[in-house]
Design a protein around this ligand. Sequence first.
Ligand SMILES: O=C(O)/C=C/C(=O)CC(=O)CC(=O)O
Ligand SMILES: [Ca+2]
Ligand SMILES: [Mg+2]
Length: 402
Amino acid sequence: MSTPDDLFGPDNLPYGLFTTADDPGHRRVGVRYGARVLDAGAAAAAHGSPHAELLRQPSLNPLMAAGRHVWQAVRGALRSWLTDEAHREATERHLIPLDEVTLHLPFEVADYVDFYASEHHATNVGRIFRPDGDALTPNWKHLPIGYHGRAGTVVVSGTPVVRPQGQRKPPSEPLPLFGPSQRLDIEAEVGFVVGTPSAQGTAVGLPDFRDHVFGVTLLNDWSARDLQAWEYVPLGPFLGKSFATSVSPWITPLEALDAARVAPPSRDFPLLPYLDDSADGIAPGGLDLRITVRLNGHTIAEPPFSAMYWTAAQQLAHMTVNGASLRTGDLYGSGTVSGPEHSQRGCLLELTWGGREPLVLPDGKRAFLEDGDEVSLSAWAPGPGDTRIGLGDVTGRVAPPR
Ligand SMILES: O=C(O)/C=C/C(=O)CC(=O)CC(=O)O
Ligand SMILES: [Ca+2]
Ligand SMILES: [Mg+2]
């Protein structure tokens, strides 16, 4: 079986949804183990597990809705089926090589929202988009800013991304133009997937984060910067971001990232009590996740998630503080992950400073994405002992406009 230094060893065990060529209509819950996928429902049935029905559903939603105690029990059982000498033989026949499965969007996305939580990203974007104003708006260090995205256009890794068309207004033009985006970009982000719902009229406080968030996935918030720059005032991103958002097919359980928890950067202002994570008894909310962004196979950035100013727990607390409810399948993006260094910027807008300083790659210069370009995000975090926890890659190729 897999070795302890594998990114997908027994301390990781991310969930996905797969089909095989001989049974293409039958979606099954899978658990990645090394370079193989465990058919979780079949393994659970073989081991007489009380959770077999939950794992035999054609989506992760029922497991996600079952709550943290069930997540912990299932995870413990999976680990034992994969690693205990007594169980391994019965488990082995339900492991399928990764290259023999097709992976699908693993859950039904309910609402999708996206935040703006990297101080480095927000400062850079503010300078590029609003050179005459303050880089950060007055609210930025008091609340995690976010916007509502389009849940129905969240797609699984590997889905082509058709170049969006729309309005743009270059400064030199008196009136807006229509056509394919000339400034198609990526945003390297981490997505958080809600399992346990909450009731409308109630707030989910910082200590309850782990009861509600099922897991973590890599997310690419494709962004058409020319559409965005023209449309966003005063209500925020709309068509410049709603055409596609890609996620990894693998959802890593939050518990697998326990060894990666770190304190977030120190805060410049005292926070209101519902956001104050300096209080006693609140676990550190940052995550030491190291992301790599590749364009056509070349590494173009290595954004550090540990540099994010706002944590996922604060984002969840903020988005429910007004009494808005959570549904199973809600997805929220961290916001573009950028660190202080040039090589740590999580989008082309920042890496090329608005297109003015193109990247020089072995196969040519790039300010923004061209048709046929492929972008891939990968990430790992420290696991228990010397192990590493990998997040599943998220990849997408730009297709010409239709
Ligand atoms: O500052 C702006 O006007 C634009 C911000 C964004 O691009 C929104 C966004 O998706 C935020 C993020 O990913 O951090
Ligand atoms: Ca974004
Ligand atoms: Mg998007």
